[in-house]
Design a protein around this ligand. Structure first.
Ligand code: BTN
Length: 126
């Protein structure tokens, strides 16, 4: 069984905290990114998402969440699946789209970045 609730760290060193997932699958939390495409000072940002609650998910549910960056005018959406690996360790395999704000429609072509992130559970205090 893979549970989204708790603290996670990804391959970039970004940390997120997901509070309880409600009965409808909705959750919220906070995200502290380790990196930014801007020159702004990084600040803790809110996230909101939902998890697929179908019984076919077999304890390894799919999910999506949005991070609405508090220190930039961008938005990131993540989609992924919560897996239990061969050692019984929980792991989140995600893909993301980072949408930047551009001044006009001519610049739309360069407004979206894409990538992957792998999250593991964060044990240490902080
Ligand atoms: C911005 O630079 O406008 C906001 C921060 C974006 C951070 C991105 S989101 C995808 C990737 N994964 C992370 O943990 N951080 C970067």
């Amino acid at each position: 069984q893979c549970s989204l609730t708790g603290r996670w760290v990804n391959d970039l060193g970004s940390k997120m905290n997901i509070s309880t997932v409600n009965t409808d699958g909705y959750f919220s939390g906070s995200y502290h990114t380790a990196v930014t495409a801007t020159s702004n000072e990084i600040k803790l940002s809110p996230l909101q998402g939902s998890m697929q609650r179908s019984p076919n998910q077999k304890g390894q549910p799919t999910f999506g969440f949005t991070v609405n960056w508090s220190f930039s005018d961008s938005i990131t959406v993540f989609t992924g699946q919560c897996f239990v690996d061969e050692d019984g360790k929980e792991i989140l395999k995600t893909m993301w789209l980072l949408r930047s704000h551009v001044e006009n429609i001519k610049n739309d072509w360069k407004a979206t970045r894409v990538g992957i992130n792998v999250f593991t559970r964060l044990q240490s205090p902080e």
